[in-house]
Design a protein around this ligand. Structure first.
Ligand SMILES: [Mn+2]
Length: 356
C-alpha cells in the first residue's frame, strides 16, 4: 500500500512576512500545492493521505472558498482515503456540517483514540494522544498520527508536547507527526519509525529549505518505508553575506552575487549581511536590493553587520568623524550600543538613511 503523510499546510495563513500582493499570491500557491499533491496521489495510485494536523491556519482567516476547494479536492477520487487530524491551529475549523456532509472517504478524529482499518493497515489518531490508553493489535500494520512537539518524557511541559518514548513497545510501525515545519525522522523502538513531514510550502524565512511530503509504502516484510518528496512551488532561502574586510562597492557586489548564485529565480531570498565593516567604507545596498528584487520572486535584506573600530586609527584624526568616534568610544555605552551609535553617526555623515 502507498500513503502520503503531510501536515501543517496552514491554508489561508496571513503570510505577513510578504507584502500584501505577494502574500495573496503565496496563499493561492499553498492551496494549489495541496491540490497538486492530491493529483499526485491519484496519478501515482496512492491509497490514502494522512494529514497530521493544521491543514488550516485558523478559523479567523480561513475563507469559505478555500474550504469549498478543499472539499472538492477531497471528493475527487472516492477510492482515495483521507485521514484528517486537527492540530493546535485548526481544531475549530469545521470542514463539514449539515450543509456539507462528510464523504465516506474522509475520516476524522476526536479527543480519544480512534482507529480505521484499510486493507492490511490500521490508522489510529487522537487530538489528545495519551500512550497509556493506546491499545493496538501488534499483528496489524499500525500507523499512529499525532500533532505536537515530540520531547523526552522528562521534558513534557505544555499541552502540545508528546512524550514520544512512551509510545515505544506499543506495536506501532509508523508515527505520522505534525507540528514541526521541517522534515525529521527517528526510531522510537526497533519497530517504530516516527517522522515529521514538515510543511509542503515555506511560508516565511523561518521555514527555509526543501519542503514537501512523505511517501509511505508498506513493504512485504511489513515494514513501513518513508521517503521525502520535494514538492513546493518555491523554496525560501536565508543567505548570509559576509562583508568583513570589504572596502569597495565592486567587491561587495561580487560577494553578493556569489552568495545568491545558483538560487532559482522563482525562489525567495533573505540576504542577511554579517561581518565587521570598515568604518571608512560606506556600502551601497540599494543596488543589491534592486537587483535581487528583480532577479528573484521576492528578496529582502537584513543588516547584522558590526563595525570594525580601531580607536588608534582615530587618535590623531582631526576630522568630524575622528572627533565623533573618539567621543563615542570614550562613553559609558556598552560595546554593542557604541557600534550602533557610530554606524548610524557615520551613515548620517555619509548622508545615508538610518537603518535601525
Ligand atoms: Mn501545529
Amino acid at each position: 500500500m502507498k500513503l502520503i503523510h503531510c501536515a501543517d499546510v496552514h491554508l489561508d495563513s496571513p503570510l505577513s512576512q510578504f507584502p500584501p500582493e505577494q502574500a495573496k499570491e503565496r496563499r493561492a500557491e499553498v492551496l494549489e500545492t495541496f491540490c497538486r499533491m492530491v493529483d499526485y496521489a491519484i496519478a501515482n495510485h496512492v491509497d490514502a493521505v494522512l494529514i497530521a494536523g493544521d491543514l488550516f491556519d485558523s478559523a479567523k482567516h480561513v475563507r469559505k472558498r478555500t474550504k469549498a476547494i478543499v472539499r472538492e479536492t477531497l471528493a475527487k477520487e472516492p477510492n482515495l482515503q483521507f485521514y484528517i487530524l486537527a492540530g493546535n491551529h485548526d481544531g475549530d475549523v469545521p470542514l463539514y456540517d449539515d450543509a456539507f456532509p462528510q464523504p465516506e472517504n474522509v475520516h476524522t478524529f476526536g479527543n480519544r483514540w480512534k482507529s480505521y482499518r484499510q486493507g492490511d493497515i490500521t490508522v489510529t489518531a487522537s487530538e489528545r494522544p495519551n500512550a497509556d490508553t493506546l491499545n493496538l493489535d501488534p499483528a496489524d500494520i499500525n500507523i499512529v498520527m499525532m500533532h505536537g512537539q515530540a520531547v523526552e518524557t522528562s521534558n513534557v511541559s505544555g499541552r502540545d508536547d508528546i512524550p514520544i518514548r512512551a509510545f515505544a513497545g506499543k506495536g506501532i510501525d509508523y508515527i505520522a507527526l505534525g507540528h514541526i515545519h521541517s522534515h525529521r525522522r527517528g526510531m522510537v523502538d526497533n519497530r517504530c519509525l516516527a517522522c515529521y513531514s514538515g510543511c509542503p510550502e515555506g511560508r516565511g524565512f523561518d521555514e527555509c529549505g526543501e519542503k514537501g511530503f512523505l511517501l509511505l509504502e508498506t513493504l512485504p516484510d511489513r515494514r513501513v518505508e518513508s521517503r521525502f518528496v520535494r514538492f513546493s512551488r518555491r523554496t525560501l532561502h536565508e543567505v548570509r553575506l559576509d562583508v568583513s574586510g570589504c572596502s569597495e562597492q565592486a567587491e561587495l557586489e561580487r560577494r553578493a552575487n556569489a552568495a545568491v548564485a545558483g538560487i532559482p529565480a522563482d525562489d525567495a531570498v533573505k540576504l542577511t549581511v554579517v561581518g565587521s565593516l570598515d568604518p571608512d567604507f560606506a556600502p551601497e545596498y540599494r543596488w543589491i536590493e534592486r537587483d535581487l528584487g528583480e532577479r528573484f520572486w521576492f528578496a529582502k535584506r537584513k543588516d547584522e553587520t558590526t563595525l570594525l573600530i580601531r580607536p588608534e586609527d582615530y587618535r590623531n584624526d582631526i576630522s568630524l568623524k575622528g572627533e565623533f568616534i573618539r567621543r563615542v568610544m570614550a562613553s559609558d555605552l556598552p560595546q554593542v550600543d557604541r557600534e550602533r551609535v557610530i554606524l548610524n553617526g557615520l551613515r548620517a555623515l555619509w548622508g545615508e538613511e538610518l537603518d535601525l
